[in-house]
Design a protein around this ligand. Structure first.
Ligand SMILES: [Zn+2]
Length: 159
């Protein structure tokens, strides 16, 4: 989770919503990612999606029953759905997301009993640090209209 937090901080620096994800299999980190939605102009490039894709590419299989995914934020419905489809073994997340969380906050997708797979889930790990990073990102955004290096460079060029 510390590594996931470091990745979230990198996203923050790059002007992305600070979310990081790390995939672990047999006590080994096999994939990691941070949110790249702004950079790629793609709403599906969440850290969790990228980490799942990279874990599957590394293992050369889509079934991730022996993988634990550490995420700094509770997954959204898209990522939670992808975790179920990937048959993810275990999800460990930091901050809860009262606006979009699909691991119990507003929806329960990862453990929904009628789906064909339920992900073992543990939330609230390093919760304060993960949540603090997100709140300071959005506070910066409200105050300056921009966050991080990428946006400030663009604004300087425009200004
Ligand atoms: Zn997501």
């Amino acid at each position: 989770m510390r590594l996931a937090l470091a990745l979230a901080k990198k996203a923050y620096f790059l002007g992305e919503v600070p979310v990081g994800a790390v995939a672990v299999c047999d006590d080994e980190v096999i994939a990691w990612a941070y949110n790249e939605k702004e950079k790629r102009n793609d709403a599906t490039f969440h850290a969790e999606m990228l980490a799942l894709q990279r874990a599957a590419a590394y293992l050369k299989r889509w079934r991730l029953t022996d993988v634990t995914l550490y995420c700094t934020l509770e997954p959204c419905p898209m990522c939670a759905g992808a975790m179920v489809n990937a048959r993810l073994g275990r999800l460990v997340f930091g901050a809860r997301d009262p606006k979009a969380g699909a691991a119990g906050s507003i929806l329960e997708i990862v453990r929904y009993p009628l789906l064909n797979h339920q992900v073992e889930t543990c939330g609230g790990i390093l919760e304060e640090e993960c949540a603090e990073l997100l709140s300071s990102f959005f506070a910066d955004l409200r105050r300056d209209g921009r966050v991080g290096r990428r946006r400030s460079t663009r604004n300087r060029v425009d200004g």
